[in-house]
Ligand binder design. Structure first.
Ligand code: UGA
Length: 470
């Protein structure tokens, strides 16, 4: 068993990954200095305020800023006492092309170099293309003139579950070229592994550690596009993808997670990592792999067009001038993130076809407004739904699952709903006089449940009684 000891660590980059990692490392008993070039972000975090929505994280940040275990700064100089430096900067898709943009990583390495000593270790957590760790190591050695050691330790946390996924991960992967580096990373997570001795810790080389992260996201994306292809087949053949997915998921080799068909995947990770992985496959001349991954991306993008087409069809062939209520803007429930959000993409497409679109979301409205200022937004469901001729459920928030169809029915012009996430109880909504259109299911409702929330997702305590309209 790995011994646990309190370490002084630094975290470079305080976005989603960095802020979560910093707070969780403090929770694990380390002293943490987190640095970022964004002064506004650092000012907010220093007061215990999060610049994004993540359940449980602001409490953790406030707790450890309060205790003094966690400090945020814009000055790289302050990271000097740390023995482990975690690189947590973003690696978005390049503006041109499918590959990852490593410019933030480059500048983080440059800013960190003057404060790295022989005794400290640099650990990359950012999602990077294979070959990056080697380059970072070589660059640090050139910049410092010292034999700096580097490890790569990818992160698998999900938005909405970031804290739990960090303090209770399902595996730890450490890529390194030295036993000392591997041991130092293990010591850092010693508290997690001593509490869970069965936790798999995979010690490996750089290439494997880099590949496993993008491969994981590309695999999840492939699973989703696959079930969405099955959804198309169900629609065409009179099947029900929810039933097929449930039966598939009972096979432990397949597993029941990531089989919720509907509008497809979005967010700041799966789409860009899928493309970066495709880019890597092409670079490595793995042509069939690159083709497969391109098709996964294509199937996913078609989901959005399919839902826009269905909405148009349900409005008699044109949405021009039709009042449409869009429920959901975030790329998934439990998040205020609208990066590459399928919901907002559909809302914007309907707007461009001439519909009068009003968007509601419990958390993501301010981010959505910044992204698509031309759309109309409603702070509450009553305002969004009043007078609508078509309602669309595009993000499966519990707030929408729990709606009372009779109360909602009293607000709308026409009781027609397109449930693109298969979140609603079709039988109940149909009984309340609604025409319910779904995705990947025959249009005849029969007494069965909608897609349950993901098992690792929303807790049973959130599945409350039907609620009225807020
Ligand atoms: C994803 C991965 O799940 C994490 O393991 C990874 O660490 C993270 O990216 C990252 O690279 O940082 P996240 O982006 O938070 O996490 O979102 P997911 O929970 O993976 O959902 C992605 C998309 O798939 C969402 O749009 C969601 O609505 C969609 N989805 C998910 C479905 O359409 N059906 C499902 O059954 C599950």
């Amino acid at each position: 068993m790995t011994a646990w000891e309190e370490l002084t660590i630094s975290v470079i980059g305080t976005g989603y990954l960095g802020a979560t990692h910093a707070a969780c490392m403090a929770e694990l008993g380390h002293r943490v200095i987190a640095v970022d070039v964004d002064e506004d972000k650092i000012a907010a975090l220093s007061e215990g305020r999060l610049p994004f929505y993540e359940p449980g994280l602001s409490e953790l940040v406030a707790k450890h800023v309060g205790s003094g275990a966690l400090r945020f700064t814009t000055s790289f100089r302050e990271v000097a006492p740390a023995t482990i430096h975690f690189l947590c900067v973003g690696t978005p898709q390049r503006p041109r092309g499918d590959g990852a943009d490593l410019s933030h990583l480059d500048s983080a390495v440059r800013s960190l170099a003057p404060f790295v000593t022989e005794k400290s270790l640099v650990v990359g957590k950012s999602t990077v293309p294979v070959g990056t760790a080697d380059q970072v190591r070589a660059r640090l050695r050139t910049l410092t003139g010292r034999p700096v050691e580097v490890a790569w330790n990818p992160e698998f946390l999900r938005e909405g579950h970031a804290v739990a996924d960090t303090v209770r991960p399902d595996r730890i992967v450490i890529g390194s070229v030295s036993a000392e580096a591997d041991e130092a990373v293990r010591r850092c997570y010693g508290r997690i592994t001593s509490e869970n001795p069965d936790l798999p810790v995979v010690s490996t080389n750089y290439a494997n550690a880099e590949l496993v992260k993008t491969a994981a996201n590309a695999f999840l994306a492939t699973k989703l596009s696959f079930i969405n292809v099955v959804a198309d087949m169900c629609e065409a053949a009179g099947g029900d993808v929810a039933v097929v997915a449930e039966a598939l998921g009972h096979d432990p080799r397949i597993g029941g997670q990531f089989l919720r068909a509907g509008l497809g995947f979005g967010g700041g990770c799966l789409p860009k990592d899928l493309r970066a992985f495709r880019d890597t496959a092409a670079r490595l001349d793995v042509v069939a792999g690159a083709d497969l991954l391109r098709q996964v991306d294509h199937v996913n993008n078609e989901r959005r067009r399919h839902v826009v087409d269905l909405a148009t069809e349900h409005c008699g062939g044109s949405v021009l001038g039709v009042r449409v209520a869009v429920l959901g803007a975030a790329f998934k429930p439990g998040s205020d993130d609208v990066r590459d959000s399928p919901a907002l993409n559909v809302a914007a497409s309907l707007h461009l076809r001439g519909a009068q679109v009003t968007v509601h979301d419990p958390q993501a409205l301010s981010n959505a407004r910044k992204e698509f200022p031309a759309l109309d937004y409603a702070e509450n469901l009553t305002d969004a739904l009043t007078g609508a001729s078509l309602a669309l459920v595009l993000t499966e928030w519990e707030d929408y699952r729990g709606l009372d169809p009779a109360a909602v029915g009293a607000l709308v012009e026409r009781r027609v709903v397109l449930d693109a996430r298969n979140a609603l109880d079709r039988v109940r909504w149909t009984a309340a006089g609604w025409t319910v259109h779904t995705v990947g299911r025959s249009q005849q409702p029969h007494a069965r449940r909608p897609h349950p929330p993901s098992p690792r997702g929303v807790g049973a305590d959130q599945l409350g009684e039907p609620v009225g309209v807020g």
